[in-house]
Write a new protein. Structure first.
Ligand code: GAL
Length: 410
């Protein structure tokens, strides 16, 4: 009886300890496609293994829809436990307003400065020498995703670059296949245009035009080729009638379309569909012409709250997200590259290896918003969207408008 009582007491103590430590933490993000959900489940699993409880706060739509909701909750006094933003300056004002938890101590403990690469990722988490976010991945936009069997069935070789892809388009169209899948949301159009520009004009021209506002280059023959290619792209995409990026990826996966220009998060969808990189599908970084990547991606921030349990759970989650095991498990599913260079990537697939190789060669370009003011960039992006949606605007007219925007840009 005594023994039984002791067991009972021990069990009660254990339950109490677990209950005291199990903190619910709501985590907001815009990862709602199949591949994204599979990746985010890796975070949830690893966090729950610490005895806490991940409360999923997925917000449907794109980052453009989710970010204003996230920001207004934080500024309106209804903060979540943790939230996604992209690398860069999206949360800068929230940090400056003192609304975000300072992670410097655990960052120092975990030697984040030594392990996170490129260092620019941690720099964008840093304000006045203090660290306010944990970078979780490196995503790049510069990819063309192809369904191999679509080309094989149409009797053409799987393209190895943009020219071969454009040349194969008519063959695909003859068999009722949309050569280029594209979602209708404006960010997808501007992404595709920027990718075509960097791939065909080359990273130096891209940097000179957006950074140095070089109008001669903007109006020259290299850019004329870019606008011609964008003209070809809008023709190849004219029967693509989906909205979301992942619906466009599904067109490629199911063989309704030949390819898609999209960030490497598209790879998460191919993996959920059990397709094998290099066998069933092909990824061409830099459209197979100029292999570069833009080191974008995602970081998590932890809004400050006046509750010691939540703060402890927030710090726990930050540690879990950067741990080697979670970095591998999450990024393999997400299609992105880990932010730490010291993890075991034996399981990396063909496309991840290509990305890692480009990264290790330092073939990295800055994002347009690092090079050009938000106002000027909006004008450029609006032009790209209008060009894609208005077949009456010629490539020459679009280029002339581009030159005048670049000429006035800051
Ligand atoms: C980006 C984000 C990626 C990806 C994509 C589409 O902003 O960095 O992780 O999920 O949106 O949802």
């Amino acid at each position: 009886m005594k023994a039984l009582r002791a067991v009972f007491a021990a069990t009660t103590a254990l339950c109490a300890a677990t209950a005291a430590n199990a903190t619910d933490l709501e985590v907001t993000h815009w990862w709602t496609s199949g591949g994204e959900a599979a990746a985010v489940a890796e975070f949830a699993k690893a966090f729950n293994a610490t005895g806490n409880n991940w409360v999923d706060g997925a917000i449907a739509g794109s980052g453009g829809t989710a970010r204003p909701i996230i920001i207004s909750r934080i500024t309106g006094g209804d903060p979540m436990g943790a939230t996604q933003f992209n690398h860069g300056r999206q949360a800068e004002e929230l940090v400056e307003a003192g609304l975000m938890l300072d992670l410097t101590e655990i960052a120092e403990e975990g030697k984040w400065r030594d392990i996170i690469r490129p260092s620019s990722l941690l720099d964008s988490c840093t304000v006045d020498g203090r660290i306010y976010c944990v970078p979780v991945n490196i995503h790049s936009q510069q990819w063309l995703w192809l369904n191999n069997s679509v080309f094989e069935n149409a009797g053409v070789a799987v393209p190895t670059n943009w020219d071969e892809f454009s040349a194969a388009a008519s063959k695909l169209q003859e068999s009722g296949i949309v050569p280029l899948a594209m979602g209708q949301q404006p960010w997808q159009t501007t992404l595709a245009f920027q990718v075509i520009l960097t791939a065909l004009a080359g990273p130096e021209a891209y940097t000179k035009i957006f950074g140095e506002k070089d109008v001669d280059l903007a109006g020259g023959p290299e850019l004329a080729k870019v606008f011609q290619a964008a003209d070809a792209a809008r023709n190849m995409a004219k029967d693509s009638n989906v909205q979301n990026w992942n619906d466009a990826t599904t067109m490629v996966i199911t063989g309704k379309a030949g390819g898609q220009i999209m960030g490497d998060w598209a790879q998460g969808e191919f993996q959920v569909a059990d397709l094998v990189a290099g066998e069933d599908y092909t990824c061409l970084p830099g459209l197979g012409v100029n292999e570069v990547i833009m080191t974008g991606g995602d970081a998590f921030y932890f809004p400050k709250v006046d509750d010691a349990d939540i703060t402890a759970a927030q710090l726990e989650l930050a540690k879990v997200m950067i741990s080697p095991e979670t970095q591998v498990a999450f990024n393999l599913k997400k299609g992105s590259l880990p932010v730490r260079g010291d993890v075991d990537l034996a399981a990396a697939n063909d496309c991840m290896r290509k990305g890692l190789d480009i990264l290790s060669q330092g073939k990295i370009i800055q994002s347009p918003d690092q090079l050009m003011s938000a106002d000027s960039l909006t004008q450029v992006n609006d032009l790209f969207v209008e060009f894609f949606n208005n077949p009456d605007m010629s490539a020459e007219d679009a280029q002339a408008l581009f030159v005048s925007i670049v000429g006035n840009a800051d």
